[in-house]
Design a protein around this ligand. Structure first.
Ligand SMILES: [Zn+2]
Length: 93
């Protein structure tokens, strides 16, 4: 029924074939996005824009960065922590 209403909204002279192709492409894209988010099999790393490994996603579903970037960030954080620890010690001394 919703499709019928969409047809009614069409302006006269609209190229039905290209309209339909555009609509079905949109539907396909939406459907694949829904599928991907439903089974959580596909996610793009926010940092390097590589695909995040499915294994990582199942281990940690809201993962937004891949394992490589995660490790890099963790290493940097660890180094910062260590430096702060030493700084605290040297100030106290
Ligand atoms: Zn990454």
């Amino acid at each position: 029924m919703r499709a019928m209403r969409a047809f009614e909204r069409l302006r006269p002279g609209t190229n039905l074939k290209s309209w339909f192709e555009r609509e079905s492409m949109l539907v396909r894209r939406l459907r694949s996005a829904i599928d991907h988010s439903a089974n959580g099999s596909y996610r793009i790393c926010m940092q390097c824009e590589e695909e995040i490994a499915p294994k990582r996603l199942s281990a940690m579903p809201p993962a937004e960065i891949c394992i490589d970037c995660r490790q890099m960030t963790e290493n940097q954080a660890t180094q910062r922590e260590r430096r702060r620890w030493f700084d605290d010690r040297s100030e106290a001394a």
